[in-house]
Every structure is written in structure tokens, then in C-alpha cells.
Design a protein around this ligand. Structure first.
Ligand SMILES: *[C@@H]1O[C@H](CO)[C@@H](O)[C@H](O)[C@H]1NC(C)=O
Ligand SMILES: *[C@@H]1O[C@H](CO)[C@@H](O)[C@H](O)[C@H]1NC(C)=O
Length: 301
């Protein structure tokens, strides 16, 4: 009966022992008990697992990141965004700036007028800076919210409509600037004229986060030449805030500012800093894109 005595036939009777009606040493009933034990055991395990994850998901919002303290305050970014923040080109050679032009063109596509026709998704919010546009609570049942239109035409000479080279062929390059999105963030405009540097005061307006660019080296300030700012006011108007997130405002368009440098001294590395100003806009020595950006522009004649 034992495997030893029957020699190499032993393993066969181990698999199926017809005398005892045992399969692998156990009867059918025994196998059934083991099987049901494991079904219940793993069932409970899965239940605990799913339950824990569900409980955790309940504490998360669909609409707003739970932990976003690390991303506020907003970064300031620009198009084109050349490598190492060095914009270098020659007016006479189209190939030296065509990549920059393409970058702006691609970026501005979302701002085409004909993409903002849908009256259900878009609305006009005025072409002067106005107060925040409140569209209800994030967690309410209202669902998708409208967004404000921002037509690229507002960027005038830098809109690509009248000058397809965005000023590059004339040595008067445009930069398109935006404040990065932060869900439900309300940037706060400077409290008064006196709270911002003197050079920025002409750009001060109610309900506006003003932007201003200057030469990083004071001694080169006279080589930067005049700068124009296009958009709504000279900065970011508050009616475009707060942003309700990807789910509730899938069509959201950040307000833009186009910066046009009219007479940058040629054949010289101009180091420029552009900065936005507001009560809750901070700057950080480690993260140089927070509330500002640096760029080096070299125009070869
Ligand atoms: C801000 O300052 C400018 C001059 O720097 C002045 O002309 C203007 O009236 C001031 N605006 C306000 C709202 O104080
Ligand atoms: C541009 O700047 C140069 C000197 O930096 C000046 O001589 C020239 O007149 C300026 N051009 C215009 C159109 O302002």
C-alpha cells in the first residue's frame, strides 16, 4: 500500500488512490473544505483591500489636488522657451528663428477665434481687467463651467495675424507669457501703487496682476529699448480666475501677455528679467520660474 513497497508505481497511487478515493492524498470532501476556506479567506482579504482604497478615495476631491502647497505660488512661463533660456537669432536668416516662430504658432493655436465659438462653453468677460469670476463651489452639482474667451487678436502685433514672424524678421521679437494654472487659486493684485517698484507703476491697474520686464544689469538698462505689452491691460486680468480644473473647465484658456522688444541693442547678450506683481505672488531663489523668468536675448545683425 505504501509508496515504498510498490516501487516506482507509488507516485501514481499518490495522485489517484482508487481504494481510498483520494486525490493527492485527500478525499473530495476534504479538497472542497480547503477550497472553500481559501475562497473565503482571499475574499475577505480583497474586501479589506478594496475597502481601504475606497475609504481613502472618499477623502480625495475629484476637482482639486489634495496636496498643492508645493505648487503655489504660480510659475511664469513663456513661448518660445529656448534651451537654457537663451534666445539667439539673426534677423537676416529665417532658419535661425523659424523654430521660435513655430513654437509660438503652435502655442497660440488654442487661442484661435474660431475655436471659441461654442456659446455653451465660452463667454465674453470684457476687455478690461475685472474682478474674479465666481462660478460656484468646486464640489457642487453644477458640472462643467463656462470659461472666458481670450482671442489671440488681443495680442495685436504679436498675434501672428499681421506679422507671421512675430517680429523676429525685424529684430523686434515677441514673447508670449502666461501664468501657470493652479486650481482654485486667486492671484491677488497689488494693494496699491506704492507696493510695487516705481518702474512698474505705469502698469498698475485695478484687478490686474501687472507684468514688467527690465534689464538684469542696471548699467544696460538703456540698451533694452522700448517694450510693449499686449493683452488685457499690462498683465493678467483677474476675471480669468479662479481656474476650476481640468474636469470642470476643460476649455480653460489662461490670459496671455505678449511682450514685444522694439529696439534691443544688437550683437549683445541682453539679460532680461520679467516679473509679475501681486500680494500673493512670491519669488524663490531656488525656483527661478516662480512669479518671474529670466531670458537672454541676442540679436545678430
Ligand atoms: C500710480 O502711479 C502713477 C505714477 O507712477 C500715477 O500717475 C497714478 O495716478 C497712480 N495710480 C493710482 C491708482 O494710484
Ligand atoms: C534704437 O536704439 C539705438 C541705440 O540703442 C538708437 O540709436 C536708435 O535710434 C533706436 N531706434 C529707434 C527706432 O528707437
Amino acid at each position: 500500500m505504501s509508496a515504498k513497497k510498490e516501487g516506482d508505481g507509488g507516485w501514481k497511487s499518490f495522485i489517484w488512490n482508487s481504494e481510498k478515493k483520494e486525490f493527492l492524498g485527500r478525499t473530495g470532501g476534504s479538497w472542497l473544505k480547503i477550497f472553500s476556506f481559501y475562497v473565503i479567506f482571499y475574499g475577505c482579504l480583497a474586501g479589506i483591500f478594496i475597502g481601504t482604497i475606497q475609504a481613502m478615495l472618499l477623502t480625495l476631491s475629484n476637482y482639486k489636488p489634495t496636496y498643492q502647497d508645493r505648487v503655489a505660488p504660480p510659475g511664469l512661463s513663456h513661448s518660445p522657451r529656448p534651451e537654457k533660456a537663451e534666445l539667439s537669432f539673426s534677423m537676416a536668416e529665417e532658419s535661425s528663428y523659424s523654430a521660435y516662430v513655430k513654437n509660438i504658432e503652435d502655442f497660440l493655436k488654442a487661442y484661435d477665434k474660431d475655436k471659441q465659438n461654442d456659446e455653451i462653453k465660452f463667454e465674453d468677460c470684457g476687455d478690461t481687467p475685472q474682478d474674479y469670476k465666481d462660478r460656484g463651489e468646486l464640489e457642487s452639482s453644477e458640472g462643467i463651467r463656462k470659461v472666458c474667451r481670450f482671442h489671440r487678436e488681443l495680442l495685436k502685433e504679436c498675434s501672428g495675424q499681421t506679422d507671421e514672424s512675430y517680429g523676429f524678421k525685424d529684430g523686434k521679437p515677441c514673447l508670449i507669457v502666461k501664468l501657470n494654472r493652479i486650481v482654485f487659486f486667486r492671484p491677488r493684485a497689488p494693494a496699491s501703487n506704492d507696493s510695487i517698484p516705481e518702474a512698474v507703476r505705469p502698469n498698475f491697474q485695478n484687478n490686474l496682476i501687472p507684468i514688467h520686464c527690465s534689464s538684469k544689469r542696471e548699467e544696460e538698462a538703456d540698451k533694452l529699448g522700448p517694450i510693449d505689452y499686449f493683452g488685457i491691460g499690462t498683465g493678467f486680468p483677474l476675471q480669468y480666475y479662479p481656474y476650476y480644473g481640468k474636469l470642470l473647465q476643460p476649455q480653460y484658456l489662461q490670459p496671455l501677455v505678449a511682450i514685444k522688444f522694439h529696439n534691443i541693442t544688437k550683437n549683445m547678450d541682453m539679460r532680461i528679467e520679467c516679473k509679475v506683481y501681486g500680494q500673493n505672488i512670491d519669488y524663490n531663489e531656488k525656483d527661478r520660474s516662480q512669479g518671474r523668468f529670466d531670458i537672454k536675448i541676442t540679436i545678430k545683425s
